[in-house]
Design a protein around this ligand. Structure first.
Ligand SMILES: [Zn+2]
Length: 827
């Protein structure tokens, strides 16, 4: 016999939600939202399980209640308080555990615990009328209250707000009721997370959570730990919406590629209502049958509350489309042919493109999904063996080449069976249907795995061409445009050019050494296969950044200076700064390990071992500063002082030095070993007046620190406030005008550390610093490396040789060092 708990679980639900109508019955991962709520709450111990709804919703909700072991109670629509008290009049319980139907990810363990805590508090003479855990994710919590107290409260309040809700009747009247908001135990305490479903965007987040949990094979109802894991997973944190072309004339390849990636990676796919690609619905059905969820197909893009990255696969976007789609969010484009690609945070080229002048972040045809069915090598005497020909010129065949191609092949190979894919089996094809050995068929699902059956595939430049090559077929392209012809040439395809399709032009294509182009792709085939969905998942978590100096996003994107696999760099149109504008790499945390491990990795010795050499540099810098400032009794603040070699040098020269660094252990070293004043701070968050008793300094320095600030504008403002008028601000940083940057710009950006957010060009430093009140007084080019000059690389000249010495002299004379020191005066 079940022990009486004296508890009732009551889930409150209505179907007339204004923001997301009918959300309780909306299908989420295979069952209604409400079903998730009920199955979670059923885990909480109680005598009664009720759904409290209104008359209008009752009939629709009843079947779900029955299925999950809940009773259904109908009461007033708006006076929810009355709905609860009416229900409570029909049952005899002490404690009510209340949940709402828009929260599919309730923490049932927390619900059980808080109910037990509530009962504990009511033992003896104490009275607790209402209790809830605070700090749970928004949408995972429940309320626990006394049935008796609620009835009493309902009789005492006329306030409409109290009647529209339930809890407020108690907790807004704390003079009469004892209500406790208890900080949830740590394992439930995640106030930054959101799991409720209030808006459409929330619903998409909920789908991502379910999709993640299912992909992990977790059993329902999900535990707190599992839900938290999902909320923190990249696939939930960084949603992505794929935007394929569904425009007539662009073929079906874009849509299929997006749907495949969505199926594999759990992305959303945006299909607008005004799509004109006729095959869209049948292709969607095909992917639904493979397991794609209908929830993944969306016709509006989620808003700020669940901002996705946008990934387009659309052939060629207009400037206006680029502008709209790239607003406020990470924006990635696949095989984008537009002239306006500066709007794109990231460009991924998969099908080799002739538009190579437009650099991509990554070009990799290994993302083409390879057919698994491949022909065995029987390439010799190919001509005699041609028995099956596939003509596949896109469902729409805008240039009407299908019939001429079929005719040419029928003449050439009267015995061969010719199959042509057309979207429309009506005229003009009907005249040919049934004649000779030709067959017209509709677009085939899973064509990729059927290509190997054909000896020859006739198609346009595009995905099918590459797939057919990989499948080992002979491939002949029919270029429709000049661009396609150039591409066919560039990528070693046999093709029939702009001449008419004739038996002679067909002959020359058939005799081309490129007919079986698979051999040219052997390199690509080696590292097969790369997962597009995994790569897109990584891109979706990428961060877009604005100019660190100006701190705001411009209306028109700043021009792109360099793209590489993990980053995109731009030049700010306003201030001229070169900056990292997009990165897929997680932020580095400066910890002790930086000095002990990374430093050693980079320089082959520990920072401490390098101390004296760095200190010698410091002595040189101090004398430059002294020569510029002509100050007496100077005070100096070194920001990012690390283990203090520069502080030590300046102190040796009689300067009153102070240091600050983000790393505790470095600051401790300065304090204890060097006996110099230093504090830990994350600049610009430091109050020097409080820490050192000094509001302004004669000298402020930053050695290889300035490039690490994402918020450089506020850093420079803070520095300006810390330097006395006429005082010196000096810093060193990698140079964007050194030999490495000048001789191979893209390589320079590629090897630029991923935590360098700005690249300083000495020639532009004055213009960038002036608005902050600094005037550049002296620029010293440092880091001279003859071995990085193309002439030395080419000739292999050794250190000490004349060529080497001359190059070194040139580097110094032309200020081509890879690092730079900039000394400026506060004006
Ligand atoms: Zn700027």
């Amino acid at each position: 016999m079940k022990i009486k708990t004296n508890r009732a679980v009551i889930v409150q639900c209505r179907l007339s939600s204004t923001r997301l109508p009918g959300k309780a019955l909306k299908e989420l991962g295979g069952k209604p939202v409400l079903a998730w709520v009920l199955s979670a709450m059923k885990k909480v111990n109680a005598d009664y399980y009720y759904l409290a709804t209104d008359q209008a919703s009752y009939e629709q909700l009843l079947p779900v209640c029955r299925q999950y072991g809940f009773e259904c109670f109908a009461g007033p629509l708006d006076d929810v308080l009355a709905r609860f008290t009416m229900l409570l009049d029909t049952i005899k319980v002490k404690t009510v555990i209340r949940a709402t139907a828009d929260n599919p990810f309730l923490f049932y363990e927390a619900a059980e615990e808080s109910a037990a805590l509530f009962e504990e508090k009511n033992k003896g003479n104490n009275k607790c009328h209402y209790l809830t855990y605070s700090g749970l994710p928004h949408g995972s919590g429940v309320e626990v209250f006394s049935a008796e107290a609620l009835k009493e409260a309902a009789g005492q309040t006329e306030d409409p707000y109290d009647h529209e809700h339930v809890g407020p009747a108690l907790y807004n009247h704390k003079d009469r009721f004892n209500c406790e908001f208890i900080p949830a135990p740590r394992r439930y305490n995640f106030p930054e997370l959101r799991t409720t479903i209030d808006t459409y965007s929330d619903f998409l987040r909920a789908f991502s959570i379910v999709n993640y949990l299912k992909s992990k094979g977790y059993e329902e109802p999900f535990t707190t730990e599992q839900i938290i894991e999902a909320c923190r997973s990249n696939s939930v944190k960084y949603p992505a919406v794929l935007v394929p072309s569904v425009v007539k004339g662009h073929g079906t390849g874009h849509l299929r590629r997006s749907l495949s990636a969505a199926l594999e990676g759990g992305f959303f796919v945006y299909i607008p209502d005004d799509k004109s690609l006729a095959e869209t619905d049948s292709i969607l059905q095909e992917y639904f049958s493979q397991g794609l969820s209908k929830n993944q197909i969306i016709n509006s893009i989620p808003d700020q509350t669940y901002l996705p990255a946008i990934i387009t696969d659309t052939f060629e976007l207009t400037e206006n489309q680029l502008f709209e789609l790239s607003k406020n969010r990470s924006f990635v484009s696949i095989d984008e042919g537009s002239r306006f690609t500066d709007y794109c945070d990231y460009l991924l080229d998969i099908i080799p493109s002739y538009k190579c002048q437009r650099p991509a972040n990554k070009s990799d045809s290994a993302f083409i999904t390879m057919p698994q069915n491949v022909r065995q090598a029987t390439e010799k005497n190919a001509e005699n063996k041609i028995e099956k020909v596939l003509i596949c010129l896109g469902g729409e065949d805008p240039a009407n080449l299908t019939i001429p191609a079929a005719k040419a092949f029928m003449q050439k190979f009267p015995q061969a069976k010719i199959t042509a894919i057309v979207s429309n089996e009506e005229s003009p094809y009907v005249d040919y249907a049934g004649g000779a050995n030709i067959e017209f068929i509709k677009p085939v699902s899973g064509l990729r795995e059927k290509l190997y059956e054909y000896d020859i595939v006739v198609t346009h430049y595009g995905l099918t061409a590459f797939e057919a090559v990989y499948a080992g077929c002979g491939v002949i392209l029919l270029p429709t445009t000049k661009l396609h012809k150039k591409l066919a040439e560039k990528y070693n395809f046999a093709f029939i050019g702009d001449k008419a399709l004739s038996s002679s032009s067909l002959d020359s294509a058939l005799s081309s050494e490129n007919l079986y182009a698979r051999k040219f792709l052997e390199n690509d085939l080696k590292d097969q296969k790369k997962s597009l969905s995994e790569f897109l998942r990584q891109l979706a978590s990428g961060k877009r950044m604005c100019c660190p100096v100006c701190g705001s996003f411009p209306d028109k994107p700043d021009p792109v200076i360099s793209r590489n696999e993990s980053r995109t760099y731009r030049r700010c149109a306003k201030c001229g700064m070169l900056y990292m504008a997009f990165s897929t790499i997680e932020d580095k945390k400066y910890q002790k390990a930086y000095f002990f491990e990374d430093y050693k990795k980079q320089y082959g010795k520990t920072y401490e071992e390098d101390f004296e050499a760095i200190k010698a540099q410091g002595l040189r810098r101090v004398s430059i500063i002294k020569s510029l400032a002509g100050l007496r009794g100077e005070s100096l603040l070194d920001i990012g002082c690390a283990y203090g070699p520069f502080l030590s040098a300046a102190a040796d020269k009689g300067i009153n030095v102070f240091g600050t660094d983000i790393a505790d252990d470095a600051v401790a070293y300065v304090q204890n070993k060097l006996k110099l004043p230093a504090v830990t701070s994350a600049f610009p968050e430091i109050d020097t007046a409080e820490e050192f008793g000094i509001a302004q300094f004669d000298i402020v320095t930053m050695w290889y620190v300035i490039e690490h600030f994402k918020d450089l504008g506020s850093v420079l403002r803070k520095v300006a406030s810390l330097v006395k008028k006429g005082g010196i601000f000096a810093f060193s940083t990698p140079s964007g005008e050194g030999i490495s940057a000048k001789s191979d710009k893209d390589h320079f950006f590629q090897i630029s550390p991923t935590d360098h957010y700005t690249i300083w060009e000495p020639g532009r430093a004055d213009a960038i610093l002036r608005p902050f009140g600094f005037k550049v007084e002296k620029i010293v080019s440092t880091g001279h490396h003859p071995e990085r000059f193309p002439e030395i690389k080419k000739s292999g000249a050794k250190p000490g040789s004349l060529k080497w010495k001359l190059t070194d002299a040139l580097s110094r004379a032309k200020k081509l060092g890879d690092t730079v020191e900039i000394y400026c005066k506060k004006i």
